[in-house]
Design a protein around this ligand. Structure first.
Ligand code: U5P
Length: 225
């Protein structure tokens, strides 16, 4: 299978720890033994901290986005370091470059590509571009809820939903730099048009990603047309 795994920055580096990044690398290597894998890494709290300061300094959203992209690539470099020769040595800055890395039998580990989106969209576009069989969002929440569970006591986790239903849920989310949503609105639109099989799951324990991909066992949300 061709698999794209989007790893939230807050999941890869809740705080900087070589042990944690190594655990993720082990899972990526295990999946890459039998599958073609691309990893897209987010910016996490560090990106949001930098964006917050830049905003205070008067930077506009696009400028903040560039700062966020730089942080996603720094996080990607940590995973590349842990993957040693398995990974392409640089975070690809374009989909074409990531595709070339795959053709070379390397695992591309990329961050952001362009302002106005998050790495959720990067993972969705690359999945579409390469006709991936499975797109996995390993996030800090354990699935897609009917509403924001931190704001709404009636929010329910969904085991399965259609891309159209996902769009309905995420369309309310703001698109400003550093925004947090289970999956950004652009990613949801791309998942819809490409009709891609997508999983959203809690990535706090990297072994859960391995189980989901290799055994199909997970407690998250499956998005199926
Ligand atoms: N970002 C972009 N374009 C990308 C990826 C990320 O502008 O292709 C910026 C956004 O401001 C985003 C931040 O909120 O970097 C951190 O990425 P993420 O952790 O939200 O995916």
């Amino acid at each position: 299978m061709d698999i794209v795994i989007s790893v939230g920055g807050s999941v890869l580096v809740p705080e900087l720890s070589a042990e944690r990044v190594s655990e993720f690398a082990r899972v990526v290597e295990s999946i890459a033994d039998d599958h073609s894998v691309t990893v897209v890494v987010g910016g996490g709290k560090t990106a949001r901290d930098y964006i917050g300061v830049a905003r205070e300094l008067g930077s506009n959203d696009a400028m903040c986005d560039y700062l966020g992209i730089d942080v996603t690539r720094i996080n990607a470099r940590l995973l590349i370091a842990a993957l040693e020769g398995t990974a392409y040595p640089e975070p690809p800055t374009s989909y074409r470059e990531a595709e070339d890395a795959l053709a070379d039998d390397k695992v591309p580990v990329m961050g952001g590509t362009a302002p106005g989106q998050t790495t959720d969209a990067v993972a969705a576009v690359f999945s579409e571009y390469t006709d991936a069989d499975l797109l996995v969002y390993a996030t800090s929440v354990d699935g897609v809820y009917t509403a924001d569970p931190s704001a709404d006591d009636d929010a329910r986790k969904l085991e399965r939903l259609t891309p159209d239903e996902l769009i309905g849920i995420v369309m309310e989310t703001q698109m400003d730099a550093g925004a947090n949503s289970v999956v950004d609105a652009l990613a949801a639109k791309i998942i819809e048009r490409s009709r891609m099989r997508t999983l959203v799951l809690d990535g706090s324990d990297p072994a859960d990603i391995e189980c989901a991909v290799l055994d199909g066992a997970h407690d998250g949300t499956e998005i199926l047309p």
